[in-house]
Design a protein around this ligand. Structure first.
Ligand code: BG6
Length: 495
């Protein structure tokens, strides 16, 4: 590709994210011809490794986690010499000198306009330290060619998110800061923009006059696994709703941007967050539901309750499930509820957005003809099934007038025979290209925190008395069904 030479520095170079996501993504970008002609990937960490040993580690990671399976020998041989290791102990500032030397070495070898990307794939308490050290060692001064990528969680609450934004903005311009929300890199999530704004069919219907309600449901079968230490201080609201689900909501709710420009799009998204109705403390119990899983059986195996997972308090008050009913106070969405739910150890792994349209204004068919009557429904399935289906009523073939709902389906598998890239491939390439469209702007992150803070504060101040309140392999707590049933609806799942 014709990208400038790039030096990719990964803090957390021996960590899980690099193993599972970053290293395989960079390797796949290389095999598909997207890496710059000259590049250098520098993993950093406290442990000392030789380049050779580190290359072996990375090879293992790629072999284990790449969507393309094991590497091809000749391709790996070409990629490998670009992988390096530099030991940097974040708590020992002086070790940044090693990094500086290493970077300068490749800068000299490459050319003047070498880009440097710093990827912070470490625990969030290290973000400030690393940013400060980069500044101190004058590694951030070339505004056009230096970028920083920040993994989630971006802040623990509104206040800490603001602090982090302020700190970063003392060191970097907003153009240099890439806040990751990996959901935005997913193929089907990117397609939301195409679906809404490259078709004339849906926009006229995309508002309160035709849409009855919207559901965004991201359910997972896995439990917290070995991430209990992190999750215990987070919970479903912070871990998923504040970022991923609200970003999906923005894509459904946003106004039409005038072009496909990063800031134009991010303006339109932040407007949605700003228009969302804030909760008063007394409204939280009727609009938000929390849950925590108890033990249960998954595919014939017993799985532990959240409170007995590694790193979790045995009286934990942390929610592993959250459902919230939101409203967007603007002309387009006035009165249309947006139901969001997410949780771990649920019965299905599936991320879907459902747009439920209003009923026909007058029924002409007899009750007998319409036993299975459903309103028109658009289901956008993000994963694992990648599809968009429009549910419509049709006449069932036969001599009688009997209606039943059928699906008009756009299914990725049946439509395309190319593989879809991993979110991280898209996002890393965008960073190298300097394209911020799919990254969170500082004000977006803060607006999302602002919205969820009242719920977080209420939940933290009031212990949930009925935890654990849903068994593994269920659909979550009964209150989540009640939340939506009160309005006459129910949660949709894929057929
Ligand atoms: C992460 C959360 O951001 O997203 C995890 O921290 C969650 O708890 C994950 O499991 C879900 O991502 P995906 O891509 O598997 O849907």
């Amino acid at each position: 590709s014709n990208l400038h030479p790039t030096i990719f520095v990964i803090f957390g170079g021996t960590g899980d994210l690099n193993k599972r996501k970053l290293a395989p993504a960079l390797y796949n970008l290389y095999t598909e011809g997207y890496m710059p002609e000259k590049y250098s990937i520098i993993g950093t960490g406290r442990t000392s490794f030789t380049d050779k040993k580190y290359q072996e580690e990375i090879l293992n990671s790629v072999n284990q986690f790449s969507r393309n399976g094991k590497v091809k020998k000749e391709q790996w041989a070409e990629f490998e010499p670009n992988v390096h290791y530099c030991s940097v102990d974040i708590s020992e500032e002086k070790t940044f000198e090693n990094l500086k030397k290493e970077i300068e070495k490749y800068q000299k070898e490459f050319e003047e306009k070498t880009q440097v990307v710093f990827y912070l794939a470490v625990a969030p308490n290290f973000f400030p330290l690393i940013a400060e050290c980069l500044k101190k060692y004058k590694l951030t001064e070339d505004e056009d060619n230096c970028r920083i990528v920040i993994e989630k969680p971006f802040g623990h609450d509104l206040e800490t998110a603001k602090e982090l934004n302020q700190l970063l903005s003392r060191i970097f311009t907003e153009k240099q800061i890439y806040r990751i929300d990996h959901y935005l890199g997913k193929e089907t999530v990117q397609n939301m923009m195409a679906f809404r704004f490259a078709n004339s069919l849906f926009e006229p219907l995309w508002n309160r006059n035709h849409i009855e309600h919207v559901q965004i449901s991201v359910t997972e079968q896995l439990g917290v696994g070995d991430r209990g230490g992190y999750y215990e201080g987070a919970g479903a609201l912070r871990d998923m709703i504040q970022n991923h689900l609200l970003q999906l909501l923005c894509l459904v709710g946003m106004e039409t941007p005038i072009n496909y420009d990063a800031d134009e799009i991010r303006h339109r998204k932040v407007e949605v967050l700003k228009a969302m109705r804030p909760f008063k403390p007394e409204e939280i119990s009727t609009n938000a539901v929390r849950g925590q899983y108890s033990k249960g059986w998954v595919e014939g195996k017993e799985v532990p309750s959240y409170r007995t997972e590694k790193g979790v308090d045995k009286n934990s008050n942390t929610e592993t499930f959250a459902a919230v009913k939101f409203f967007i106070d603007n002309w387009r969405w006035q009165g249309v509820p947006f139901y969001l739910r997410t949780g771990k150890r649920l019965n299905q792994t599936s991320s879907i957005i459902t747009i439920q349209f209003k009923d026909v204004p007058h029924h002409i068919f007899s009750a007998g003809a319409t036993e299975t009557w459903t309103q028109n429904r658009l289901i956008i399935s993000i994963q694992p099934e990648m599809s968009i289906r429009l549910q419509v009523q049709a006449k069932r073939p036969g001599l009688k007038m009997v209606l039943n709902p059928v699906d008009m389906v756009f299914d990725y598998k049946g439509t395309y025979d190319t593989d879809t890239p991993e979110a991280y491939e898209t996002l890393l390439l965008d960073v190298m290209n300097g394209d911020q469209t799919l990254f969170m702007r500082g004000d977006q992150v803060e607006a999302a925190w602002e919205l969820v803070m009242p719920i977080i504060n209420t939940w933290e101040s009031k212990k949930s008395l009925n935890f654990p309140n849903y068994p593994a392999d269920s659909w979550g707590p009964e209150e989540a069904e009640a939340l939506i049933a009160r309005d006459g609806f129910h949660w949709f799942t894929l057929p």
